[in-house]
Design a protein around this ligand. Sequence first.
Ligand code: GLA
Length: 584
Amino acid sequence: MPDFTIGERDFLLDGRPFRVLSGALHYFRVHPDLWADRIDKARRMGLNTIETYVPWNAHAPTPDVFDLSGGLDLGRFLRLVGEAGMKAIVRPGPFICAEWDNGGLPAWLFRDPDVGVRRTEPRYLAAVREYLERVYAVVEPVQVQHGGPVILVQIENEYGAFGDDKTYLEALVEYTKAAGITVPLTTVDQPTDDMLAAGSIDGLHKTASFGSRSAERLATLRRHQPTGPLMCSEFWNGWFDYWGSHHHTTSAEDAAAELDALLSEGASVNFYMFHGGTNFGLTSGANDKGVYRPTITSYDYDAPLDEAGNPTAKYHAFREVIARYHDVPGVPPPAARPAPEFTVPLGHHVPLLDSPERWGAWQHHSTLPTFDELTPTPHFALLRTWIDHPGPAVLCFGEVRDRASVFLNGQPVGVLLREHHQRALGISKAVGELVVLVEDRGRVNYGPRIGEPKGVIGGATLDGEPMRNWDVLPLDLDALRGPWHVDSAPLAGQVGGPVLVRDEFTLDEPADLHLDTKGWGNGVVWVNGFCLGRYSSLGPQRTLYVPGPVVRAGVNEIVVFETGVMTSPVARFAPGPLLGHTEL
Ligand code: GLA
């Protein structure tokens, strides 16, 4: 059986130098029916390896579940990589960053507010150990020495940007080795002396993450990793977007020149991303360095392969550079074809507040709980109380994470957005039933805010008086996505949320689609029960990607949960992606 080791200057496959030309492809961001297609396109760009993170919170939505089915079938994904004749790198975290909700750490882990985060703390480590055992049960048998594709496993992720607890890293290594992982173990850090020193321990092969100034960054890395191959484990060739910003792009020419610099130094590389895919469902993360910045649904990343799996100018430019150094097999994939263009009026609706009990059960709380004090932790919840304050009054929350729409006696009063640091609004006649719809728009995935609770933090006051006696209704997403059309009312024009809207559309054959959300406010969409993700008029993203395997020839269903206002209750399908304006 083959073996993969680290030599004096190179990675060695069966004793011969092997340059890792890898592309990041997250199985959890691509429909499983399309994995083989994306892997094959990586091979045809000249790559010999596929890298993926493993998102703990996706596999373990609750502590007693570890889901390896369908789109989470890591074993099948790795098998497909092997069948394509490629190698694999696995980065199980437990923290993965990756613009993924909570950086991959399950929210349930932080129910206990004293649990440690990314450090030596018994409760945190016990949960991590169990998680890693589950992941390695999948990875161990497909290591290269057993005939599988896996050549490298990464410990933690950019740990030097967060902490310097070496005992924690040692514990992760111990769990990894105890699970039978014998391929070389790596760490990745941003290439500064501090981070490279803090983020690794002896016995782990240090690598770096960067997207520019390759020669200089590799020299820094070399000071910390005096022997063995140099590797850029995250060659950032694009970037992600957040709601309310512009669409980030980088020039194919500059990125190709940077790649050339890396390869000419003899370095190994992992393109971050080769193909970014999509934050389907409610899985995107956020940054908060003083201002909350939720990541959009598209993870196109301006990567060589776009969100719909089509080659971009960068794909061709990188392929050409790689061909200067290595044989590149086959021919590049064909350019994208226009997707079907059509319009579907959304003709049915159910106002959410008409009968909230259809979408969950009320629970009584004397003081307002956070989302993390509810089981299971919701993404959306209704909070209800009765107020009797005949004059005008100010309603104030401790903190809103991340969006709150306020209704008095069924009438909208206002919306509070976390990124605007809003937490209070005035009510002119504060008498009657107060209902607040609160929304989690993605947990922070980088820095000290990882693990923080969601919902309303610190309760609410009315004119400075603490408000008690709340009914709380966590919304059940399975109920929202339907089927519920049986008793929905016709919809004729514009509509204010929260509202569920649905209709059907017919296709001659399955195809990738791009759903234009122009004229919609803020919410979530399902097609045939598959959650495409969040949309927002904040942009920059306008279209949501609908992977071909989600639709079928014949009748298809679209369901929209609008929490803002829909000025145009119509589903328009566009010929291609509209990811918004750039800064260029
Ligand atoms: C770092 C992290 C990745 C990702 C990128 C930005 O390199 O390691 O997970 O968050 O930043 O896309």
